[in-house]
Design a protein around this ligand. Structure first.
Ligand code: ASP
Ligand code: MG
Length: 461
């Protein structure tokens, strides 16, 4: 087997986290697998680096010293050899020099920001190499540039150059794997073809893992985290939530956008390109439950329910709107100019109203922006804001089947439905309801989902 094992910041908190991850890698390679590792920065380190990556605080040296102490403590506790200590020390020297230069130059650009952020993952891959060495596994830290993860120059949200990557990554990584060396690749980072460091956007380490997995044609990409897979609902709200065993890539993307799991939606781009399997599992119980994400529809019709609270629905109403071109466009544009993200849109065929759902904090602003925009086109409208709204969304392949949608609507009986959104290609359906009744409605859906799982698999784990 060829496996890419990614360890996120949530499990890399201290020496114990690195040691545990190293044990998992060791047992994978003892089972005969070739393993490439991807690491995020230690927990909280990217956030700390963000504080010194923009306008530098006067006491930036203190932040850097605190970070250095944290990393050195991990090396101490791991009983690391001198080689890795030296490397960590020189990374901190480099970071201090860079920040000092930026302070003098009073410079802060997207490019310098990415450079500063890169230290989190560069340090973390060194710690992981130290932990692997202690576990008796030969390992080598590899930067994204060395691994061949090339991107465009869109600093902070760089776009991977897949064609180059798919050629370069195997050429650079396969020889290590063939020699029995575990490459420990920095997650989240990329490199322009000219060698400048870029980042893939917050939470981008998962994307690094799937990029490597698809380029190396791995059998599986394993995302080790602190929970045993993706759940049918947020376990904080629904303690009886269970692990979803199988998800299609489309369902996973839908869930990522709905914020159910801290997955970067772009994580799945490489998976779609090359159909690599992704497994989300717990570092603390790697043989326990897990979620397998792959291309193709599997498992029960419905997979999960999510809630988004704190929404408002703005309804725009006016006789002048009927049959007038460009009204919907003006409404959307007004919302976007205020910087409000639109969660759902609805317009009856009669065209007498248009409703949009947005976060409540922007509601008043958006509402007057819409009125002004339409007034500019000579159309007078009234706007009505309804707050205390919650979006309850269900996700599952069944929703793509027109004949199943009716069944999915059945639990709504007796619940206030303020708005519904569902397109023909959507694998999710969103109901906007009063926040007060939303928990109950989501609970009904959750029960339906679990029943569907039991029916499909014959039991639940
Ligand atoms: N360290 C980066 C972040 O905190 C990338 C990641 O964790 O995936 O966003
Ligand atoms: Mg992370």
């Amino acid at each position: 087997m060829k496996v890419v094992a990614k360890f996120g910041g949530s499990v890399l908190r201290d020496a114990e986290g690195y040691a545990r991850a190293a044990e998992v890698v060791k047992s994978l390679s003892e089972d005969g697998s070739k393993v490439a590792v991807v690491v995020s920065a230690m927990k909280g380190v990217t956030d700390s680096l963000l504080k010194v990556s923009g306008r530098l605080p006067k006491d930036w040296r203190k932040y850097v010293e605190a970070l250095e102490r944290r990393h050195v403590r991990v090396l101490d506790e791991l009983g690391s050899s001198a080689k890795w200590r030296k490397r960590v020390r020189s990374l901190f020297e480099e970071l201090a020099r860079v920040l000092w230069a930026l302070e003098i130059l009073k410079e802060s650009t997207p490019r310098t920001k990415d450079f500063v952020l890169s230290f989190g993952e560069r340090l973390s891959s060194t710690l992981m190499a130290a932990a692997l060495e202690r576990a008796g596994v030969r390992a080598e830290p590899v930067t994204a540039g060395e691994a061949g993860i090339f991107t465009d120059e869109n600093y902070n949200e760089a776009v991977p150059l897949y064609e180059v990557i798919e050629k370069e990554v195997p050429e650079r990584i396969e020889p290590l794997l063939d020699d029995g060396i575990v490459p420990v690749v920095t997650g989240f980072l990329g490199s322009t073809v000219n060698g400048s460091i870029t980042t893939l956007g917050r939470g981008g380490s998962d994307l690094t893992a799937t990029i490597l997995g698809s380029s190396l044609r791995a059998d599986e990409v394993r995302l080790y985290t602190d929970i045993d897979g993706i759940k049918t609902a947020n376990p904080k709200e629904f303690p009886d939530a269970i692990t979803i065993r199988e998800l299609s890539v489309e369902e996973a993307i839908e869930l990522a956008h709905l914020g159910a799991k801290r997955l970067h939606p772009r994580t799945f781009e490489p998976v779609i390109r090359r159909h690599v399997d992704v497994r989300v599992l717990s570092l603390y119980d790697p043989k326990g439950n897990s979620t397998l994400i792959s291309v193709g529809k599997r498992g029960p019709m419905l997979k999960a329910v999510t809630m988004v609270n704190g929404l408002s629905i703005i309804t725009v109403k006016g006789v002048g709107m009927v049959g007038t071109r460009g009204v919907a466009a003006s409404v959307m544009e007004a919302a976007s100019k205020v910087g409000a993200n639109i969660y759902a849109i609805s317009q009856p065929v009669s065209e007498v109203t248009i409703s949009i759902a947005i976060k409540s904090d922007k509601a008043t602003q958006v509402s007057s922006a819409i009125k002004n925009a339409l007034a500019g086109h000579g159309i007078t409208v009234e706007t009505k804001v309804r707050s205390e709204v919650t979006a309850v969304s269900i996700v599952g392949r069944g929703l793509e089947e027109a004949s199943f949608v009716g069944e999915a609507l059945a639990p709504l009986k007796g619940h206030p439905v303020l708005m519904i959104s569902k397109g023909p290609l959507d694998q999710s359906l969103t109901v906007l309801t009063t926040s007060r009744g939303s928990r109950e409605l989501a609970g009904l859906y959750h029960r339906k989902i679990i029943e569907g799982m039991i029916e499909y698999y014959g039991e639940t784990k």
